[in-house]
Design a protein around this ligand. Sequence first.
Ligand code: 2M8
Length: 444
Amino acid sequence: MTAPAAGPAGTAADGIRRAAVRVLAAGWHGAHTVPSRGLYPHQWSWDSAFIAIGNARWAPRRARLELATLFGAQWADGRVPHIVFDPAVPADAYFPGPDFWAARAPSGAATSGIVQPPVHALAARLVHAADPCPAFLRRIYPRLVAQQEFLRAARRTPDGLLVIVHPWESGMDNSPAWDGPLAAVAAEPLGAARRDLAHVAAGERPTDRDYGRYIALARAYRDTGYRRAGAFAVADPLFNALYAAAESALAEIAAECGHDPGPHRREAARATAAMVGHLYQDGLFHARDARTGRPLHSGSAAGLIPLILPGLPPEIAAELTRAALDRFGVAGGTLPSLAPGSPGFDRARYWRGPSWINLSWLLWRGLRHRAPEAADALAGGMLAAVARSGMREYFDPVTLAGHGCHDFAWTAALVLDVLAEREDAAGGTQSSESTATARNSSAR
Ligand code: 2M8
């Protein structure tokens, strides 16, 4: 995949940077960023982590505020809700909205009651690296620790893995990995109209039947006061890998703040070992149904994400790298969300094949020191996708045609990070006009 040139006259890379900053600026609501103004009009948990990583490159105060706002809605038990609802947005703008979830954080914010992958400690570390602010790190550290403690207390199985209790908790909501466990869930009437189909074609979104199952699961969990999970409990490699990566990030943050990093290092090693022991098979990590103990062999790209773990045994890292190249074809520059040829592979449907920038970005980070050429190809592919189609939510992994919504914030944020890393690697400075202007206006 050819990356847009970043020559002195400027350039495709400058054009991408300007477009990305425009999307992030337009999505900023004063203390948080919406994933997209139409389809996702509130604050989403893991989106905010990715958005903060990109904002750190041009508006570091916004990056810190993004995370502070999200953690301002943390529950007393430590959970960080997957949506924090914006009271200024009409209640029926998104379904299921605040009335459905019927939950409030101690701050008074209306929230959902489920969680998303814990990318936030990694985000906090990267935000600090881009623009050091020890006071921010000291404030957010106990919040990040409480987030991890909630997951250990509420979601850890006897074999040391964490489970998610709803496909929405995976972030890869519509992945074929969930088809088996979801088949056992009886769909329920939604009780309101789906709002997503007003923004995106039905062929690019989950089916009505799956929505009926999502609602049934969320309702059942809600009706226990968000304490006991319903009919879905799955150990997902993406979620578990990000949990372990969070412990590694917390070790570094702890050291910066004058705390003992040892417990975090040990927990990262323990979580990595549990994943290797229970989720790894035949060259890839697979989700496992915690209710039946069965592996869920779907070919999901989630199975490659443990490559972000520094403590992964080298022989497993080598096999995963081979899978990334051979089964997912990442040398061509894109990471499909499902390995081509897997049952249900669909280049346009949400989480069943299209490339998502957040997964590509995570894998890029995992490959940078292990397979630099493949990592470079992925970086080039991310930039080529947005150069061709704009800041779309997801992309056809073959043609790079854009799908889902337009002006999607984490796409914009993460390509900014890729561009900044490339410049750092090339020994350049971040002096593009747009970046400088944007930084000046945001750092008031
Ligand atoms: C998608 O999920 C929401 C539900 O949380 C939805 O489909 O309405 C997913 O892609 C998820 O990973 C993402 O965080 C969210 C907002 O971008 O949208």
